[in-house]
Every structure is written in C-alpha cells, then in structure tokens.
Design a protein around this ligand. Structure first.
Ligand code: PLP
Length: 368
C-alpha cells in the first residue's frame, strides 16, 4: 500500500533523463495554500512566469509565453494542433524516438509528413534539411534527442528554415533551462519543454513560447484548432486577457515559478558550465569500468542526457535492479538502444556531484 504519512522517497537518487529531483524551493512552494485560478495573486504570479520564460527561451520582449496544463508531449501536440491544417506539408527531423513522436503527431493533425532522418547516435545534417525544404509549411526538430543523447544543430537548421519562409517548431525538452536558448536570434516560431526536466519542477506543465509569425499563421487558419484545450486563442484569453478558459493547476504554477526563478538566478551560462564539468568528470570516472560515450562526435553530444555505451557482457537489467535496491535510479536505452546504452540525466538538480558520487561508489562496489 502507498504510505501517505511517510516520506518514503526522501533518500531516493533520481539520475534518469526525467523527471529530475524537485528543486527544494519548488518543493516548499507546493506547501502554499490554495488560491483560485482567477485570483489577482495568481495572475501576478503568472505574469512573472511569462517574463521568466521570455528570459529562459531568449525571446523578443513581447513574445507570448504560457504554461500548458500537461507534460512535454502536450507542448509538442499543441504546436501541431495550432500550426497544421489538413494537407499541409510538414518536414520532421527524425533521429530517435521523440522525432518519431513528432512525425506521428503531425500526421494525426492531417499533415503530409516528410522526414529527414539520420542514423541513431548521429545528428541531423542541415544539408539534408535544405534538400527537402521545398514546399514545407512547417519544420519540426528535437533539440536534444533524449532517446540517443544527441544534440541536433538547431541554429543551423533554423537559419535554413527562416530563409525558406516555413515555420519552425523546436522541442527543447532536454535543453531549455540548462543553457541559453535563443528563440529570437535563431528564428524559432514555437518552442516547448516539460517542467520536470531542466527546471526540476514537478511534472504536469509544459512551458511554451509562440512567435508573432506563428500567431499570424494561427490567426489565418481556415479551420478551428482541433485541440480546444490548447487553442492559442483560448490560451491568450487566460494568459493575456485574464478571462476564464480552463482551471489551471495553481499549485504547480507556484512550484514552477520557484524553480524557474532559481534557474534564472543561478544563470543559464553557469548552468551550462555545471553540466559540462560534471559530464566530463562522469565520462572520466566511468571509463576504467568500460563505459564509453555512445555519441562519438563530441560536438553533437547532448550535455544533459549523457548516453554511455555499456561494457562488453554487462548485465544491464541486473545492475540497474541492484542500484534500484540501493535507492539509485538510472535509465537504459530506449527502443533500438535498449541493452546497448545507459542514459544518465544531467538536467536541473540531477546535475550535482553528490548523487553521482553515490552512483560511482555503488557501481565500483557492484562491479569491482
Ligand atoms: N520530447 C523529448 C525530447 C523528451 O525527452 C520527452 C520526454 O522524455 C518528451 C518530448 C515528452 O515529454 P513528456 O514525457 O513530459 O510528455
């Protein structure tokens, strides 16, 4: 039975590619008393969140930002629901499970989907995007492909897309909040993440930013957005005009606000450095045990999800079970990389030396 009175998981070390350990300030914010979603204090809090998101995503000063009441996948889905109409050509970059999810979603909203692919463990080649851009109304790319630990070259792809006139949707689920993201400078039209990733807030919110070009595309739709819940107009009713659309999860907003502030106070450059240094130390420490980076080109290695190839003859499931018994969670591969790699989360509060020291000590004990 699930114990309600005991703090069962206080000692658990969560080193997965999400969710990440909740930031202590976000944890405390969850204790705050309930307010209504139409209360002035909540609108004031929301306004600060919107401003913080502009900073996190590097938007123009007046770019529309909001929280969707759902996880990262809702962020993904809302983009396609609002920006695709049946018959539109959509070019999706697919080099892992989350690119494939984007292609699947775009198809469900009636897009004629074309894919730019790259082998697993490799980044999308911008030249391949350029070759297929003709006719595309929208291009979609995952910045950090969590399933393989690959960082896709979003700035280069964005430059090409911009010149073509298409809109660009970016999945920044494993990147935004852990290093500077430059929505305006790169020329991105729609971006989303999940609260439980780089910001270490509780799961259940998808922070989004929507460019003016994307809002103009939405305004020119021939058909209403099929996903009523995340219709851009409905979101603006609540977040800009402060009129009722749906009941937002106020307690999650409290926690998100605290986690976002903590990230911005630390600074995105400082967070980038924190992750990079810890990632290098982990690679060096695990090398003698036979772990090697799965992504061979260091320039395309995703700093926040470190994919490591397992040593020869390694008992993947058995060792992860033994670690779990010691209250340490790590994640294996996904789909084709299952049994081949581990994916160590270095997002938000997971990117701290102490939990990784605990992992190293446990591994040396189990393998030594
Ligand atoms: N996109 C990427 C790159 C992800 O890593 C994830 C989740 O891991 C998602 C989208 C989906 O997010 P969620 O599980 O929060 O719906």
């Amino acid at each position: 039975m699930f114990e309600e009175t005991q703090d069962l998981f206080a000692q658990h070390i969560l080193l997965t590619p999400g969710p990440t350990p909740i930031h202590p300030r976000a944890q405390r914010a969850l204790q705050r008393g309930m307010l209504g979603h139409m209360d002035p204090e909540v609108f004031a809090l929301n306004g600060e969140i919107q401003q913080g998101l502009r900073e996190m995503y590097g938007t123009a000063p007046d770019t529309f930002t909001a929280l969707l009441a759902g996880t990262g996948s809702l962020g993904m889905e809302a983009g396609f629901a609002n920006l695709v109409e049946p018959g539109d050509e959509v070019l999706v970059c697919v080099n892992g499970s989350f690119g494939a999810r984007m292609a699947e979603m775009a198809g469900r909203y009636g897009a004629r989907v074309r894919q730019v692919t790259a082998p697993l463990g490799e980044a999308i080649n911008p030249a391949d995007v350029a070759a297929q851009l003709g006719g595309a109304a929208l291009v979609a790319v995952v910045h950090g492909e969590t399933s393989t630990g690959v960082l896709n070259p979003v700035p280069e792809i964005a430059e090409l897309v911009r010149r073509s006139g298409a809109l660009l949707t970016v999945d920044a689920v494993t990147t935004a909040g852990m290093e500077p993201f430059r929505m305006r400078d790169w020329g991105i039209d729609y971006v989303y993440t999940g609260a439980q990733k780089c910001l270490s807030a509780p799961p259940g919110l998808a922070p989004v930013a929507i460019s003016d070009r994307a809002l103009a595309r939405y305004a020119a739709r021939r058909t209403p957005t099929p996903l009523w819940y995340c219709d851009f107009g409905g979101l603006r009713d609540y977040w800009v005009d402060h009129s009722y659309h749906h009941t937002v999860p106020v307690n999650l907003h409290y926690a998100f606000h605290a986690a976002l502030n903590a990230a911005l106070e630390e600074g995105l450059e400082a967070r980038r450095t924190r992750v990079a240094e810890l990632g290098r130390a982990i690679v060096t420490t695990l090398a003698p045990l036979g772990f090697t980076p799965y992504v061979t080109d260091p320039a395309t290695r995703l700093p926040t999800v470190l994919a490591l190839r397992l040593p020869q003859g390694f008992d993947d499931a058995g060792i992860r079970r033994a670690l779990r018994a010691r209250e340490i969670s790590v994640t294996g591969g996904l789909g084709p990389t299952a049994g081949l790699i581990w994916r160590l989360g270095l997002m938000g509060e997971a990117a701290r030396p102490a939990p990784y020291r605990a992992l190293m000590a446990a591994l040396e004990d189990l393998l030594g």
